[in-house]
Design a protein around this ligand. Structure first.
Ligand code: PNS
Length: 165
């Protein structure tokens, strides 16, 4: 039986921190589905779900067992439908823990057939988040250290445009 894992997130936009977690998950599972999902707590979005999916598709192109999908509903429902055995999330600092722990417990209550697996970020990516990238870009800073090179141009242009509008 194929061991499928789901890597869910907002990915607005995908960063090298996300890509590191996805790449490491691809070595642990037969198949990884990166899932662009809705975080009700994050209201303002820069990229549409379809754009986020396309950006992710670009950066996972050389990972043969990784695919990307969009889902607007409950993560637990998608996980069940996909027959996945794990939800993989990156864990940065203590500040992530309480929220992630709460989600993991809620997801288990909704569907006990999958485990939430936390991969600790690398020390370099400890502080990195999509919000940090958006802020740096908005103030004209260099985001090349945080965004995969294949999508750097398109993201930089969009974030600058976003600031001007
Ligand atoms: O990258 P994020 O914003 O930390 O990811 C959070 C996300 C999108 C994975 C989470 O909000 C989620 O699972 N959304 C889907 C809806 C859902 O199942 N919510 C209940 C989780 S307990």
């Amino acid at each position: 039986m194929e061991r499928i894992a789901i890597c869910p997130g907002s990915f607005d936009p995908v960063t090298i921190g996300h890509l590191d977690i996805i790449t490491r998950a691809s070595k642990l599972f037969d198949q990884v589905i990166v899932l662009v999902s809705k975080n009700m707590m994050k209201q303002h979005k820069c990229f549409t779900p379809q754009e986020r999916k396309e950006l992710i598709a670009c950066v996972i192109a050389d990972l043969p067992n990784v695919s990307v999908d969009i889902f607007d509903g409950l993560l637990a429902d998608y996980v069940r439908e996909a027959g996945a055995i794990a939800i993989v999330k990156g864990l940065r600092a203590v500040s992530d823990f309480e929220y992630e722990f709460q989600m993991a417990l809620a997801n288990r209550k909704l569907y006990a057939g999958a485990e939430t697996v936390f991969l600790t970020t690398t020390a370099e990516n400890m502080y990195l988040s999509s919000s940090v990238v958006k802020q740096i870009a908005a103030f004209g800073g260099d985001i090349s250290h945080f965004i995969p090179s294949e999508i750097l141009d398109v993201i930089t242009k969009r974030l600058v445009k976003e600031k001007l509008s």
